[in-house]
Design a protein around this ligand. Structure first.
Ligand code: ATP
Ligand code: MG
Length: 471
């Protein structure tokens, strides 16, 4: 029987070369893991990373393969016993079949050579343990010792061996289970999920880099709330992100209840995910209400309030990003800015939108004003349709106004029309605080609408007020 039809045409020629190379070394070889899984799910990328397992040395096979494929590149990771061959955009990863046993306090297993079956056993989920033979006589034959194909059909995440053992051996797999559930929109099989709930505190031994890699895959999945709901109910979320976990809960006083800020945040995140693939805009959704719990107060007139949660949330952003291992560069600045500004457009709606308020918002948000409006629209999660309609119409008005003001004043990429040097020359000043004060006064005058946003108006303004500045 011929099983070749399984092998995607796209990569068949590469697989042929690997097959020949392996047979010349007398080392059976198999495609395994994500590639095979994604093939059956019809979600193969054009340029995937492909994992291969061989009975023998993965490094030796990769070295020989690199010689057989013109213009390919070899990287060897001796300490892991793995090697990678790059050809074009393809990354081919090779490892020798292994048997692993674990010690309690480390993710680093003791490794011995093993059979194909041993190797499949050490893989995290049945759907990731599927493999295809690339060997002569069985090229394209599927090995599926744990019913991975049936689990793919049933949309189930399940471990090949006892789940408690699997997660105890490598607690990162708990994050991976939820990541795959969120990416693929699969269920986690009940026993597997119970084991995660039980083993959640073991996440402690996992580095923040590995956790954040999985978390960001959840954030980028089609409906991130799926993953976050599982992180929450498994108990994993509070292990590494207690601020988000703490959003959960509703208080009641004098018949007033506020909404549950955890579920609200997930809804906002899904709303953003529907219109944007941007990781950082999605992070802004996660963070926007993060400081609600400590700012919560009950007011007899107003009911529940969260005054200052925007400013406090912005303040927390850096330390949360640092602790989670997220970048602290302009990506953090962006998220922090959106958190700080996320109430401003709503506040604009309530008074009659004045030009100067809009000007200040454009100035503060800069080029991120459109993303801010996306976040604000996503933030409307009321079930009351007429309320939602009213908010959205108000946002339309704000956006029209933003466009109108921006056309006139071009504040998105604002730069002070007067440079320090020009101010010092004109007023015969040495570098001093006055120069900064003059720049600030020019900025205020422009934002107030007292003068237009241009150089000559700013220069006139300075000269007219110079007595005041110099005294
Ligand atoms: P992706 O599409 O995200 O790359 P993947 O399944 O290929 O998904 P990788 O992290 O690239 O995931 O790992 C490749 C394969 O290695 C997995 O399919 C799985 O068989 C195995 N694997 C990876 N990480 C683990 C782990 N922590 N424990 C057990 N097996 C793992
Ligand atoms: Mg992969």
């Amino acid at each position: 029987m011929n099983f070749e039809h399984q092998i995607p045409d796209l990569h068949k020629s590469v697989f042929r070369v690997i097959s020949k190379t392996a047979s010349s070394l007398d080392q059976p070889v198999y495609v395994v893991g994500g590639y095979v899984r994604d093939y059956y799910l019809d979600r193969l990328k054009e340029e995937p990373d492909i994992d291969f397992v061989t009975l023998g040395s993965g490094i030796k096979l990769a070295e020989q393969l690199q010689k057989n494929i013109p213009d390919s590149h070899l990287s060897v990771f001796k300490q892991f016993g793995t090697a990678q061959v790059k050809t074009g955009a393809l990354e081919l990863e090779f490892v020798g079949a292994r048997k692993e046993s674990y010690r309690r306090n480390s993710r680093k297993p003791l490794v011995e050579d093993g059979t194909l079956e041993d190797d499949q056993l050490r893989r995290d989920f049945t759907i990731n343990a599927l493999s295809w033979s690339l060997n002569e006589g069985s090229f394209g034959v599927l090995n599926d010792p744990f019913g991975g194909l049936a689990d793919l059909k049933a949309k189930l995440i399940r471990t090949p061996v006892d789940p408690e053992q699997t997660f105890d051996d490598d607690p990162l797999r708990m994050m991976r289970a939820i990541r795959f559930a969120s990416q693929l929109q699969f269920e986690i099989e009940e026993k597997t999920f119970k084991a995660i709930q039980k083993m959640a505190p073991r996440l402690e031994i996992i580095s923040k880099e590995r956790i954040i890699d999985e978390l960001n895959k959840i954030v980028l999945s089609p409906k991130p709330s799926v993953g976050f709901a599982l992180l929450f109910s498994s108990g994993l979320l509070k292990e590494f992100f207690h601020e988000m976990h703490n959003l959960h809960g509703v208080k009641e006083k004098n018949g007033h209840r506020h909404k549950d800020n955890f579920w609200h945040t997930l809804q906002v995140l899904d709303n953003v995910a529907e219109v944007s693939d941007d990781l950082w805009l999605r992070w802004a959704a996660i963070m926007h209400d993060i400081a609600k719990p400590p700012t919560q107060k009950f007011d007899r007139e107003a009911g529940w309030t969260f005054h200052g949660h925007d400013a406090l949330g912005a303040k927390w952003t850096k330390s949360i990003f640092r602790r989670l291992g997220l970048p602290l560069d302009e990506r953090m600045h962006y998220v922090r800015k959106l958190v700080r500004l996320h109430l401003r457009p709503i506040a604009l709606v309530s008074d009659i939108v004045s030009d100067s308020a809009v000007r200040r918002l454009i100035f503060d948000a800069g080029d991120d004003i459109d993303d801010l409006m996306t976040l604000c629209r996503a933030d409307i999660t009321s079930k009351n349709e007429s309320k939602v309609k009213r908010y959205m119409e108000n946002f339309n008005k704000v956006e029209e106004k933003i466009e109108e003001v921006e056309k006139k004043d071009r504040l998105r990429k604002w730069k002070n029309p007067l440079s320090g040097e020009e101010i010092m020359n004109a007023l015969d000043l040495e570098p001093c605080k006055t120069v900064g004060d003059i720049k600030d006064a020019v900025k205020e005058a422009i934002l107030n609408g007292d003068i237009p946003n241009d150089h000559d108006a700013a220069f006139d303004f300075m000269m007219k007020n110079k007595e005041e500045f110099l005294n």
